[in-house]
Design a protein around this ligand. Structure first.
Ligand code: SAM
Length: 298
């Protein structure tokens, strides 16, 4: 019953203008489709309209895309500074959890790829012979990371994570670092991952979370609410992007709830590990078999 309702939901979504099609990528994103030969050129692709049509979801997408476009020039600097470079270790750990070794020539997705660090981390792994499609709807972020590519098999694609221009079941694995929290509808984002992954392919989600220990949590919140927004505002010059960050983390589901959401979106074997006293977490799950439709009560 729930499955059928979900199928109807997915069918309805697919009927929306610009919704993902089974036939292949949408023309505005010049991305190598699996089996296709074209390379991706972020600069050639107009930024997609945020998914969701008119309304709150649409506004959210626009706001977020604009904010990231504006902070793009300072994004890497602030990332490494505010995390004392720990973000690099976390991305490495996330790639460790992807299980790409099972299909080293496969096609992998880095969604909400920003300045491409996660995709580059995967593409640089010795023995990796596949391709990474690095998808983000803020072209300025992709452009900012372009210098890191230097011949690596990473193809940037300017596209919305809620409506990716890829056919069903094409990726051998997918990952998202600090991106799921930014989506207007994280559940729809997880379902979109389930749609584009092959059965049994793995999804890795690296995201901030709140430490369970009251002491660590208290200290973390002081840093997060006071220091981080101030440093972020001064260096980026953006009035609210770095105040939005702590607010979005506070709003985001905790590790247990996120694991449940992944299951609801069609992932199995879901597990997570906490990083640095629980200020971040890496969730993994396998796309359950079947026809690739997420199973969730509407
Ligand atoms: C905090 S950054 C993370 C970037 C990168 N993954 C990293 O580890 O540094 C979040 C990124 O998600 C992108 N993003 C947010 N919502 C998106 C959406 N609906 N579709 C595509 N990209 C999105 C933003 O443009 C931004 O580049």
């Amino acid at each position: 019953m729930a499955k059928e309702a979900q199928r109807q939901r997915v069918r309805a979504r697919s009927a929306e203008p610009g919704a993902p099609r089974e036939a292949g990528p949408r023309p505005e994103t010049d991305v190598a489709a699996p089996g296709g030969a074209r390379g991706a050129r972020a600069e050639a692709a107009p930024e997609p309209a945020p998914a969701g049509g008119p309304g709150a979801r649409d506004d959210h997408g626009r706001r977020i895309r604009r904010a990231f476009s504006e902070i793009a020039p300072r994004y890497d600097l602030l990332n490494h500074l505010l995390s004392l470079n720990i973000d690099r270790i976390w991305r490495r750990r996330a790639v460790d959890r992807l299980g790409w070794e099972r299909a080293p020539e496969g096609l992998y997705l880095d969604s909400c790829a920003g300045t491409l660090d996660l995709g580059v981390e995967l593409a640089r792994r010795p023995g990796f012979r596949g391709t990474v499609i690095a998808c983000d709807f803020a072209r300025a972020m992709l452009e900012r990371g372009r210098w890191k590519l230097a011949g690596l098999p990473v193809r940037p694609a300017c596209a919305d994570a809620l409506r990716m221009p890829f056919p069903d079941g094409v990726f051998d694995g997918a990952m998202v670092a600090f991106g799921l929290r930014n989506l207007a509808d994280a559940q729809a984002g997880l379902e979109e991952f389930a749609r584009v992954l092959k059965p049994e392919a793995r999804l890795v989600v690296l995201e901030f979370t709140l430490p369970a220990s009251p002491l660590v949590r208290g200290l973390y919140l002081v840093y997060f609410r006071r220091v981080l927004p101030l440093v972020g505002r001064v260096i980026s010059g953006h009035p609210w992007a770095y105040s939005y960050l702590p607010a979005s983390v506070l709003d985001f589901p905790g590790p247990v709830a996120l694991a449940e959401r992944m299951v609801a979106a069609g992932f199995s074997g879901t597990r997570w590990e906490l990083l640095l006293g629980g200020i971040a977490a890496i969730h993994t799950g396998r796309r359950a078999g079947g026809r690739g439709l997420a199973v969730r009560d509407p």
